[in-house]
Design a protein around this ligand. Structure first.
Ligand SMILES: NC(=O)c1ccc[n+]([C@@H]2O[C@H](COP(=O)([O-])OP(=O)(O)OC[C@H]3O[C@@H](n4cnc5c(N)ncnc54)[C@H](OP(=O)(O)O)[C@@H]3O)[C@@H](O)[C@H]2O)c1
Length: 189
C-alpha cells in the first residue's frame, strides 16, 4: 500500500493555470493514458476544496459541458474549512486540519490498495510534512503556463527524490515516477 500523488503538470511546474483552468491539459485528450491501470489499484482518495469545486463545476453540475456522475467508486476525503455541497450517492467525507488522523482512516478504508492524493500541491505537501507521501507520479505536458497552482510547494532537495521510471506518452507527455525519501527528522522521531 502506497500513498501516491498522481497528477499532470506543465513543464514549468503548475497543475492548473491562474484561473484554475485545465484547458491546457484537456487539449491532449486521453491518448496513451496510464489512468485506468492506476485507478484500478486505488482504494481511497483525498483532495482539497479547490479541486473538489473544479470537479463540481466542470464535470457534475448542470452548467458543465457534459454533466456526469461523481467519477470515483472509492471513498473520497475532501479537505475544507467550509460547509460544502455533497453529491448524492457519492462516498465523500469532508474533513479539516491535521492530515495524519485522516490518513489513518484512509489506510483502514483502502485495504491493500493505494491512497491517491489528487491535489492540490499544498495539501500533498501537508502529507509530505507528516512523512506520509511515498510516491510522486507526474505526467509533464509539453506546455508552459507562467503561473498557476504549484505542483508541490515544498523543498525536497537533500536527499532528493529517487527517479523510479520515465515513460513517454505520445508527443506531449513524459511521465516521471519518483520515490519520496524518508525525511531526516523521521529517522530520529
Ligand atoms: N493537473 C491536474 O491533474 C490536477 C490535479 C488536481 C488538481 N488540479 C487543479 O489544481 C488546482 C489546485 O488548487 P489548490 O492548489 O488551491 O488546491 P486544493 O488543495 O484543491 O484546495 C485548497 C483548499 O483546500 C482546503 N484545505 C487544504 N488543506 C486543508 C486542511 N488541512 N484543512 C482544511 N482545509 C484544507 C482549503 O480550502 P477552504 O477554503 O475550504 O478551507 C484550501 O484553500 C485546482 O484548480 C484543481 O482543479 C489539477
Amino acid at each position: 500500500m502506497k500513498t501516491q500523488y498522481y497528477t499532470s503538470a506543465s513543464l514549468d511546474g503548475f497543475i492548473a493555470d491562474s484561473h484554475n483552468s485545465l484547458d491546457w491539459l484537456f487539449q491532449f485528450g486521453e491518448a496513451g493514458d496510464s489512468y485506468p491501470n492506476f485507478i484500478s489499484e486505488v482504494g481511497a482518495i483525498a483532495m482539497g476544496a479547490t479541486t473538489y469545486e473544479w470537479i463540481l463545476n466542470n464535470q457534475i453540475d448542470e452548467g458543465a459541458d457534459r454533466p456526469q456522475a461523481w467519477p470515483y467508486e472509492q471513498p473520497a476525503w475532501v479537505f475544507t474549512s467550509r460547509i460544502m455541497a455533497a453529491i448524492e450517492g457519492a462516498d465523500i467525507r469532508f474533513v479539516k486540519g491535521d492530515v495524519l488522523p485522516v490518513h489513518q482512516e484512509m489506510v483502514a478504508a483502502a485495504g491493500n490498495k493505494n491512497i491517491w492524493l489528487v491535489g492540490g500541491g499544498d495539501l500533498v505537501g501537508q502529507f509530505y510534512d507528516r512523512g506520509l507521501l511515498d510516491e510522486v507520479i507526474v505526467s509533464i505536458a509539453s506546455v508552459t503556463l507562467g503561473s498557476g497552482a504549484p505542483l508541490l510547494p515544498r523543498r525536497i532537495a537533500t536527499p532528493p527524490l529517487r527517479l523510479l521510471s520515465a515513460k513517454v506518452y505520445g508527443e506531449a507527455f513524459a511521465q516521471l515516477r519518483y520515490q519520496v525519501p524518508i525525511r531526516a527528522d523521521e529517522t530520529t522521531a
